[in-house]
Design a binder for this molecule. Structure first.
Ligand SMILES: Cc1cc2nc3c(=O)[nH]c(=O)nc-3n(C[C@H](O)[C@H](O)[C@H](O)COP(=O)(O)OP(=O)(O)OC[C@H]3O[C@@H](n4cnc5c(N)ncnc54)[C@H](O)[C@@H]3O)c2cc1C
Length: 401
């Protein structure tokens, strides 16, 4: 279905509208948002479809049909998303269709392993929702994240990888011989091996303005996006832990001043890092500062214009006008679905040996979800390839008995 003309009518306060918008965005389906409280014509469309009543969200599709307050399952069905696989037994099932899982699948399918990828959102992972990638080799002028993701998905399709999206993996277990992968749709897939490539999620502030400005002045990776701000006068860093301070020091090469805002009364980073930061003439530290809002520039560019922070000691608010704001308030690996089955480290990342094997026979892990990984696209792709080779060796050994 051509997604460009899907129109979502609703209101900002409506949780079901937010859920439907998030679902479409997660599947990377473009849509137009119409706030019926701001647009009288939008309110009129809603009433037309609902016998004069205001039922939101009302979602109108390019084929002229519409859905009222749809569940995610109803939306998935309408979008034609495949949510159950064609078979129940595979050589390899991959949980997570980001760059890692897709790369492993390409390698595996090229070697004639029957491969199924299952992703809870849209295929492409974090790369698919990244505005621009400038440090991925082979693209001297950078590439849009969505374009790179589409290319990798197309390559996997070419080799016959079967892919499900909008389906969460809810459990992985092994009896030592076969791996059982369970999904939120109630399906069980049996495989000779499974790969956990479910990545991790950067913690967000969840304050107003954040969703709209991610990639447009709000960032979660200094290595990836810091160079865009070369020559700027100020960058803001949220978070006074080790990541915030390390990344803040890294950012000083691009800007005149880096200001760290920490919500608590003291920095949490190591003493060594704190000393380095305090001695650095470009760095300023402000504790007890809580960000309350991100505002876009008033010039209509859609870029970050201001960051509003509360001083929790004095109760005063201050408006910062940095060129960009980097958020380092934590990274949560997507491992809750593994329960206690697979060994995790203290940060809940999956522990593997040098051959990407977890503590469960036949279950491998690679990419951002793996303990010790570097959280970069090139390394995710590299780990995906290396894991595929390790899985092939494991299966060969199993076949030899
Ligand atoms: C905003 C942003 C900008 C970035 N910019 C750059 C950059 O410029 N350069 C760079 O090198 N790196 C960048 N990165 C990092 C890079 O995108 C990641 O390192 C890379 O995508 C990791 O790949 P992955 O496949 O391991 O994990 P992910 O890309 O996170 O993919 C994991 C997939 O697993 C799925 N999943 C999660 N839980 C489940 C479940 N229970 N069941 C099924 N599926 C599940 C998710 O929906 C997701 O699609 C950026 C990251 C972000 C967030």
């Amino acid at each position: 279905m051509a997604g460009a003309e899907i129109k979502v009518y609703g209101a900002n306060w409506c949780p079901d509208c937010r859920r439907a918008k998030r679902f479409l965005a997660d599947q990377r389906v473009p849509f137009e948002w119409h706030d019926i409280e701001q647009e009288p014509e939008g309110a009129e469309v809603v009433r037309e479809h609902n016998g004069g009543n205001n039922v939101i969200p009302t979602i109108v599709f390019p084929d002229g049909t519409h859905l009222l307050e749809p569940t995610n399952e109803e939306l998935a069905e309408k979008l034609g998303l495949q949510r159950s696989a064609m078979m129940h037994v595979y050589d390899l099932v991959v949980a997570g269709g980001g760059p890692t899982g897709l790369t492993t699948s390409i390698y595996a399918a090229r070697e004639n392993l029957q491969t199924l990828i299952i992703d809870s959102k849209g295929l492409g992972g974090q790369a698919g929702v990244t505005e621009r990638l400038d440090n991925y080799p082979g693209f001297p002028h950078g590439i849009r994240g969505a374009e790179l993701a589409d290319r990798i998905v197309e390559q996997a399709q070419r080799y016959g990888v079967e892919m499900l999206q909008a389906v969460s993996v809810t459990g992985i277990s092994s009896d030592g011989g076969e791996v059982d992968v369970e999904t939120a749709t109630g399906d069980h897939y049996h495989a000779r091996a499974a790969l956990v490539a479910t990545g991790s999620t950067y913690r967000r502030t969840n304050v107003p303005g954040e969703d709209d400005l991610i990639g447009a002045g709000i960032h979660f990776c200094a290595t990836c996006d810091g160079p865009f701000y070369k020559g700027s006068s100020e960058l803001l860093v949220l978070g006074g832990g080790n990541s915030g301070l390390e990344e803040g020091l890294f950012l000083t090469q691009f800007t005149d001043k880096v200001t760290i805002l920490e919500r608590g009364p003291a920095l949490k980073a190591s003493k060594l890092l704190q000393d380095k930061v305090r001695q650095h003439k470009k760095m300023k530290v402000r504790t007890n500062r809580e960000v309350q809002e991100f505002r876009a520039k008033e010039d209509g560019s859609g870029k970050l214009g201001a960051v509003i922070a509360l001083n929790r000691e004095t109760g005063e608010t201050k408006e910062y006008k940095p060129a960009a704001c980097f958020v380092f308030i934590g990274l949560d690996p997507n491992t809750a679905f593994l329960g206690g089955n697979v060994e995790l480290d203290a940060g809940r990342f999956v522990v593997t040996n040098a051959g990407y094997q977890t503590t469960v026979p036949g279950v491998f892990a690679a990419g951002d979800v793996r303990a010790g990984s570097t959280k970069q696209l090139a390394s995710a792709v590299g780990e995906g390839a290396a894991a595929a080779i390790a899985i092939r060796q494991y299966l060969d050994e199993k076949d030899r008995g």
